[in-house]
Structures are given as structure tokens and as C-alpha cells.
Ligand binder design. Sequence first.
Ligand SMILES: [Zn+2]
Length: 141
Amino acid sequence: MPILDKMETCIFCKIINGDVPCDKVYEDDKTLAFLDLNPVARGHTLVIPKKHFETMDEMDEETAAAVIETTQKIARAVLKFNDGYNVNQNNKPEAGQVVPHVHYHIVPRNSGDGLHYCWNKIDLSEKEIDEVKVKIQTFLK
Ligand SMILES: [Zn+2]
């Protein structure tokens, strides 16, 4: 789908354009931060670039830097009234991405809040570790 068509149907682009309301907490020329509509914690915030990109790897460096800067600002604010925070960022449906416009979740965390990750450790042989390491290094070139 061409980028302009995606922007017309993208819920986050509609929020950026003011066509859909949000609980905005911060905005600058490149980014927007607002409370998640389906929060898992008090203060659960999303940071998005104003330019439409589907996934993190697609962003140009300037946009990526701006998004990280805003994510850090929100994290510092959240840390003033919470014990900690997680930054979650999902890419592609297989990784749990629901809205196809890159976004960073800042999830405030507190002792005993009951949130859990379900990251099941896998066992890799030395051979498998070497193979995957070489694969990543090869694609970095
Ligand atoms: Zn979008």
C-alpha cells in the first residue's frame, strides 16, 4: 500500500492530524506522546514519530533520534512518580505490533505491580550460537 494511503487509514496518523482525540502529554515538531488507550499501568504512554513509518528499522536516523529523545523525556517524568519503567517496542504482528505505525511504550513499574513478561528462555548449542552470530554480522555488512 502506498505511504499516502497508509496515512489515511492509520489511527496514529489520524491522532497526529487531530482527526482522532488523544490524551496528549508531550509534542514537538517530530514526535507526539500520549496515554495508551489500553493502559497496563497508570501513566502508560506511547511515543510516536509524526512521520508515518511502520517499524523501527524503517525510520530515518533523524526521526529515530527524535523518538528516542522524547522517549527519554517521558521516562524521566514517569520515574518521578514510579519505581521504574519498561520501554517496549514491537515490530510486525508476529512480534505483537497492533498498530502499524512505529511506537514506543513507556510502562511505569512499581514493586508488586503484578506485570510479568513471558519470555521463555531457549537453549542454544554452541554451534547454533555461532551460526546466528555470523548471520547477524553478515547482514550488518
Ligand atoms: Zn501512521
